[in-house]
Every structure is written in C-alpha cells, then in structure tokens.
Design a protein around this ligand. Structure first.
Ligand code: GLN
Length: 469
C-alpha cells in the first residue's frame, strides 16, 4: 500500500529504483487519492491520463505551459488554450522522468493570495476546508498537503509559492530571480515572476529545484547556478549568522500564535549553534507593498495586452467589428482582479504619471534591495513569519482587495529585491500551520536548504493535515 499522504519524492524515487513499486502503481495511487479527496478540495483544474513511464509524479500550477494539456492560468480568457510546446521547466522535469499528474488551481493570472480569484472556483485548505489554501498557488499547495501529489511546481511573483506553502504546511522555495527559466509560463510581472518547487520537506524541495534550475537560452534573464544544488544533511547551524529583522517580526498585523511559533524557531536556531542577532530593515515592510502594487500591475497591464481574442483562447461572439471584438473579449474574458490591475498599471505608466508612480516605485525598489544587501553584510539568513496570519476563512477577504493584499506584507520585500526565500512549517496556531520564511542573498539556496533542514529536523512538524491522519 502506498500512503500518498506521507510518501516523499525521495522515498518514491527509491521505491521505483529498487522496483518495489512500478511507475503505473505509483501514478495510480495518486489518481486514487485525487478521486477520493479532490472533489472536496478542488486543487486540480485538469487531471491527466497515465502516459506510462517509471518516474515520480508531479503536479503543475496552471500558469505553466504544458504541451497537449490545457493551460488556463485560472482565467476564462484561456479556457480553450492548449499549448503546442512545453515550458522549459516541464521539459526538464520530463527529462528526469517526472510525470505530470495534472494542472493545479490558481488565482487568475496568479493575481491573488487565496485562490478565490480563479474563474473555476476556489480551492479549499486540506487542514480545514472552510479556509483558503493561500494563493495564488493554492492548488499546488493543497495538492501536496493532501497527498494528491508528492511535489509540485508553483510560481511566485510576490509570494505565491511561499504564502500558500505557509498556509498549507508545505516547504516552498521562491528561487533567486534568474535561476529558473520562465520560458513557456504565462507572464504576470516579468521583473518579479519566478517558478519554484513546493514539497513536503526540505530535501524534496532542494531535489526539485536541482531539476529545474539553470540557464536556458530561451529565457535571457537566466544564469547558470554558481554552485550545484546540495541536498542538505547536517542537523546543526554552527557558524551561521541568523538575523531577526524587527519590522518583519513585530508588525502589528502578525497574529500572536504566528509570532509565538516563529519565536520558538528563532530560539531553536540558537540551540542548534547559530549566532542570532536583531536587525532593522526600516523601508522594506513599510514601502514593499505599495511599491509592488505599482510595479506588478504596470508590468501586468503590458503582459496581458496579448489576450485579444485572436491569438489565444476565448473570443467573444458579440463584437460587430474588430475593435469591438477585442473589447468584448477582454471584458467577458478577464475577471475583476486582472481588470483592476490592468487599469492601475495603465494609469501608472501613462505619460503624465509615469515619473510620479512607476519611476518612483523603481527608485524605492532600489532602496529595498540595498537595505537587504546591507543586512547580509552581517547575516547569512534573515528569519520572519511568512504570512502574518494562519489560513483565513473563505470569503473573509475576497470583497476587500486591500485586506487581501496585506497577506503578502512579509513575502513581497525580498521578491522586490530579487532574493530567494524558503518557507518551512514551524508549528500550529489554532490547529493550522504556521510558516516561517528564510531569506538569503542571491544564489544562497544551499544555505536556505541547510538552515531549513536543520530547523525542520529539530521542529519535527507533521505535515499531514490533522483531519486526514
Ligand atoms: N498575492 C500577490 C498578488 O496578488 C502575489 C501573487 C503572486 O506571487 N503571483 O500579486
């Protein structure tokens, strides 16, 4: 019997290698789990048929293009879109024998923090189906947490891997900007978008990162990794300097239960031999969010201009001429959140306002990057909560965009600075997972994995949702 709730990808690889299970049996076990639990959770938008092979199954966020498999980005405007090529990350997964289980739910064009903005209905949190799984990659996070996939790919613009991983009790990495190809992925905000792994533990997360990372000639923003990915083994933190940024740990929006769990983990860092010290990043939490909500919509308004009813997916039948067809297609095809962002972004980029908004935001972005770089002169990693709150009730923020945007208060600053971030679960509050965020300098993934693994081992968090044990 394969227990998909507990099987790690590393263990699955061993079972396959030693021929204790076949690829078909493994794939069928996940399909059975999906049949059993996905009607309630709705983590998947599309489930694939077994096409054979002896590799580990994987779930893919539906913003990543898959040849011959529908790719909707959670939007009606792409409802009939079936890519004719694989994204580079998919090619790399396939080259390692990985087999796509299906495409996971996402906020429309990855815009959101709860997966409630999906045109195809929300995903539920496996720990408590009255709560959101986070977003935008709530589908990938819920699938991994509920044993509907051993691991998954997500995408993170301002927190969409880290925050859902926190709310569902997974390990998720937002890689250094430029280390993973976006070729073939649906673009949201190109100076921020990164693809990355979601897994059940740190070693699986590192393993999947090693498969997808590295230079791709088809994405000119990518670079070769300066050193190979190392699967973490050591259980101590000797010689490491851990910074505790005040503004990220003492913000009033942080729930007491979240703060307590992260504080205990900070204590553990000391016990594991790390040198722990306070620091301050005064601008990051205060200006990160407003700055992001100028830059990300500005880039989105440009990226989403391509959905015109001609080249992809949905086309309105109601236009009397070409111009009206464009307008109706976009009016009927996009949901509220993409429309809101297209309008904000177009405004921020318009001639009279460009300097005041977009130009100013770019300058603030430089300040945030510099502030982080200064902190890394003294510390190897920074630690804080990933999300100020545990998973919130479905519907509780969906009518209030500003409340929803605040979910990413602590994940956004390092994204703006192009830095990698790892979420690991560090305990429960109100019976729901609490995630902690480890931020490092560019290309410090191996350090994040080392710290994450040492903490994970010391914390001993059980990643299986209580109600499914
Ligand atoms: N929640 C943030 C937003 O709505 C981040 C989303 C993401 O990382 N894709 O833009």
């Amino acid at each position: 019997m394969i227990d998909t709730l507990r099987l790690t990808a590393e263990e699955a690889a061993r079972l396959l290698r030693e021929k204790e299970v076949s690829g078909a049996e493994l794939y069928a076990a996940y399909r059975a789990a999906i049949d059993e639990r996905d009607p309630e959770l709705h983590a998947y938008l599309h489930v694939c048929e077994d096409e054979g092979g002896e590799g580990i199954p994987i779930a893919i966020k539906d913003v990543i293009g898959t040849r011959g498999i529908p790719t909707t980005a959670g939007s009606k405007i792409l409802e009939n879109y079936v890519p004719v090529y694989d994204a580079t990350v998919i090619e790399r997964c396939k080259a390692h024998g990985l087999r796509v289980l299906g495409k996971t739910n996402t906020d429309e064009f990855a815009m959101g923090s709860s997966t409630e903005n999906s045109a195809y209905g929300p995903t539920k949190n496996p720990w408590d189906p009255t709560r959101v799984p986070g977003g935008s990659g709530g589908g990938s996070a819920a699938a991994v947490s509920a044993g509907l996939a051993p691991w998954a790919l997500g995408s993170d613009t301002g927190g969409s891997i880290k925050q859902p991983s926190a709310l569902c009790g997974n390990v998720g990495l937002r890689p250094t900007y430029g280390t993973v190809s976006r070729y073939g992925a649906v673009a949201f905000a190109s100076s921020l978008d990164q693809i990355g792994p979601v897994a059940r533990n740190v070693r699986d997360c590192a393993y999947l990162y090693s498969i997808i990372a590295g230079r791709d000639p088809a994405d000119s923003t990518t670079v070769e990794l300066p050193e190979p990915v190392a699967l973490p083994e050591g259980e101590d933190m000797k010689g490491l300097r851990v910074g505790v940024p005040r503004e990220f740990n003492e913000h009033e929006a942080i729930e007491p239960g979240v703060r307590d769990a992260v504080q205990r983990a900070i204590e553990l860092c000391r016990e594991l031999g790390a040198e722990v010290g306070d620091c301050s990043l005064p601008s990051s939490v205060e200006y990160g969010l407003p700055c992001y909500y100028l830059i990300a919509p500005a880039e989105a308004s440009s990226n989403l201009a391509r959905y015109d009813g001609v080249r992809y997916g949905y086309r309105s039948a109601n236009g009397r001429d070409r111009l009206e067809m464009y307008e109706r297609t976009r009016d009927e095809g996009f949901g509220e959140e993409p429309k809101r962002r297209i309008m904000i972004g177009t405004y921020a980029l318009s001639a009279g306002y460009y300097d005041a908004y977009y130009g100013q935001a770019q300058k603030v972005r430089t300040v945030l990057a510099r502030e982080h770089a200064q902190a890394f002169e003294r510390f190897d990693v920074l630690i804080s909560p990933t999300s100020p709150s545990v998973a919130f009730e479905l519907g509780s923020r969906s009518q209030n965009p500003l409340a929803m945007y605040l979910s990413d208060l602590l994940t956004i600053p390092s994204c703006m600075a192009g830095l990698p971030g790892l979420n690991i679960p560090c305990g429960l509050s109100e019976g729901l997972p609490v995630g902690l965020q480890l931020i490092g300098p560019q290309f410090s993934e191996n350090v994040l994995f080392r710290v994450g693994y040492a903490l994970e081992t010391a914390i001993g968090f059980d990643a299986v949702p209580t109600r499914l044990r």
